[in-house]
Design a protein around this ligand. Structure first.
Ligand SMILES: Nc1ncnc2c1ncn2[C@@H]1O[C@H](COP(=O)(O)OP(=O)(O)OP(=O)(O)O)[C@@H](O)[C@H]1O
Ligand SMILES: [Mg+2]
Length: 253
C-alpha cells in the first residue's frame, strides 16, 4: 500500500472524525501527535491486528497522549503515543544515558523518543515480572506503546487524586510496589505520585514507568528519595502516619 493510502486508512480508523474536523484545539493536538511516521507505525500495528480502532483520547500529557483503542479481537487497549516534536528531550536523554540497559548516546530526537517508549515497555515487563500491578505491555513500535487498558467500558480508571479508595490500602500498594521494584526488579520508578497510580475498583495500578531507572543509574538513589518524600507528603495528608525515612526503610528492607 502506498503511504497516502495507508494514511487515509489509518485516519479512517481514528474516531471521531467529525470532532477532528470541527474542533480547532483537537485538530492541533491531532496533527501534533499523528505525524506521518506515527501514522505509518500505527498502520503497521493495525495490519498485525494489535490495533483496530483508535477510539478517543484519555489524556494529553507533556510527552505523550494516551488513547483508548480496540484491538482486532474487539478488546479494549490503551495506546500511548509519545510526541516526537515537543517532548522534553533533555530529560529523556538524562534518564536513558545512565541506564546500563540503554547504553549509548543518541542525538537523533526521533530515535531518542523511540528508545523512551522501548524503555517504558521494558520497565512494564520487568515490574510485572516481579508481581507489581502495572498495565500489561502488549507491543511497542517506534513511539507507540500498546498496553492493557485499565478501566471499564464507560470510563478509564481514575487517578488516585480523583478516585475513591481506602488510604491505608493505597499506601500499602504504593510502598509494596516501590519495594518490589527496588529489591526484585532493581528499578526506581522516579515519578510515584497520586497522578501515576490508578484506582481500579478495589485494586491499584502503577503507571507511567518510562522514566524508571535501573539501580545502577547515577540518579537512582536521589529519585528514590524524591519518590519517598512525595509519597510521605501525599499519604500524610490522608492521615497515614508515615515519613520519608520510614518509607525508605521499608523499600530497602
Ligand atoms: N493503561 C492505561 N489504562 C487506562 N488509562 C491509562 C493507562 N495508561 C495511562 N492512562 C491514563 O492516561 C494518563 C496519562 O498516562 P501516563 O501517566 O502514563 O502519561 P503522562 O503522565 O502523560 O506521561 P508523560 O508526561 O511522561 O508523557 C493517566 O493519568 C491515566 O489517566
Ligand atoms: Mg503520568
Amino acid at each position: 500500500m502506498k503511504t497516502e493510502e495507508a494514511i487515509e486508512f489509518v485516519e479512517s480508523r481514528i474516531a471521531p472524525k467529525k470532532r477532528r474536523e470541527d474542533d480547532s484545539e483537537y485538530r492541533k493536538t491531532f496533527s501534533e501527535v499523528f505525524d506521518d511516521s506515527t501514522v505509518m507505525a500505527i498502520y503497521g500495528l493495525m495490519s498485525r491486528g494489535y490495533i483496530d480502532i483508535v477510539d478517543f483520547p484519555i489524556s494529553t500529557g507533556k510527552e505523550g497522549n494516551v488513547f483508548r483503542g480496540i484491538d482486532k479481537k474487539g478488546d479494549n487497549i490503551a495506546i500511548k503515543i509519545y510526541r516526537t516534536s515537543t517532548s522534553n528531550f533533555r530529560k529523556m536523554a538524562l534518564y536513558i544515558e545512565g541506564d546500563p540497559r540503554f547504553k549509548g548516546i543518541t542525538k537523533d530526537r526521533r530515535r531518542l523518543v523511540h528508545r523512551w517508549a522501548a524503555k517504558e515497555y521494558n520497565n512494564l515487563e520487568r515490574m510485572r515480572g516481579v508481581g507489581i500491578r502495572v498495565p500489561a505491555p502488549i507491543v511497542q513500535r517506534e513511539n507507540i506503546l500498546v498496553m492493557e487498558y485499565i478501566g471499564t467500558e464507560e470510563r478509564p480508571a481514575p487517578m488516585l487524586k480523583d478516585g475513591d479508595f481506602d488510604p491505608e490500602k493505597a499506601y500499602e500498594f504504593t510502598v509494596d510496589a516501590m519495594r518490589k521494584a527496588y529489591k526484585e526488579a532493581r528499578l526506581v520508578h522516579g515519578d510515584v505520585s497520586e497522578y501515576n497510580i490508578l484506582v481500579d475498583g478495589d485494586d491499584f495500578v502503577l503507571i507511567d514507568v518510562a522514566q524508571a531507572v535501573h539501580l545502577k543509574h547515577p540518579s537512582a538513589e536521589e529519585l528514590l528519595i524524591r519518590d519517598a518524600k512525595n509519597v510521605a507528603r501525599y499519604f500524610g495528608k490522608l492521615g497515614i502516619k508515615t515519613d520519608k525515612e520510614k518509607i525508605l526503610k521499608e523499600v530497602k528492607g
